[in-house]
Write a protein that binds this ligand. Structure first.
Ligand code: COA
Length: 180
């Protein structure tokens, strides 16, 4: 079991870290070769790709909230105003994805973000995050924010910090009581 999978146990305390960026000038772009990854927005009709990415990216990290969503719920979610589904493509396939959720106050949440397991550790995470933050600013965001769980990949928080997001809040939920 990897350290990351060990972290993703439902019986461990969970810390959630909230980060934000308040100006496009704060973005520190990845130094990896940008030609390694291209990003593309998908329409709501391609909700099945969003579902597949959610399943693949979150498989080892207890992403379970949406596993039971029927097709209708996926489609309606991506049809909501302010919701955008983006994929990141490498030469050998869809490497990862992100979702932007822009609210009426002009803040954009990076609601979901990540790489599929076979694409981690190649410099693509920094490139995908650079693209996601740039896209949020290009859409007219006034603030970009994200939250990450201690159950996510051990590179998640370092990647957010490396791109210039700043922590503004953390909260820890105790481990649930052991049964019996
Ligand atoms: C988090 C994730 C995107 C990192 O992907 P990656 O391929 O390792 O990313 P990169 O190699 O491009 O590294 C990006 C940055 O994070 C840092 N980083 C990545 N893995 C790290 C680790 N295990 N420990 C410390 N830092 C790490 C790197 O130093 C790098 O910084 P730099 O760009 O300034 O050099 C990827 O592991 C992932 O998607 N995991 C599964 C889903 C997930 O946890 N998503 C986040 C949900 S909030």
């Amino acid at each position: 079991m990897t350290a990351d999978k060990a972290a993703a146990t439902p019986l461990a305390p969970e810390t959630t870290t909230y980060l934000e960026m308040l100006s496009p000038a704060d973005l520190k772009p990845s130094r990896a070769n940008p030609s390694a990854l291209t990003t593309r927005r998908l329409p709501a009709a391609e909700f099945a790709v969003g579902r597949r990415m959610y399943q693949e990216v979150g498989r080892d990290f207890l992403w379970i909230d949406r596993l039971q969503w029927p097709d209708r719920q996926w489609r309606e979610y991506y049809e909501r105003p302010g919701i955008e589904l983006w994929i990141g493509e490498a030469t050998d396939g869809i490497a990862g994805y992100f979702e932007l959720d822009t609210r009426e106050d002009g803040s954009t949440e990076l609601a979901y973000f990540g790489l599929a397991p076979g694409f981690i550790g190649r410099g693509l995470g920094g490139l995908l995050l650079t693209a996601a933050i740039r896209q949020a600013w290009a859409n007219g965001a006034r603030r970009v924010w994200v939250h990450t769980s201690s159950r996510d990949h051990s590179g998640a928080l370092p990647n957010y910090l490396a791109r210039g997001l700043r922590i503004y809040h953390t909260e820890t939920k105790p481990a649930p009581a052991q049964p019996g």
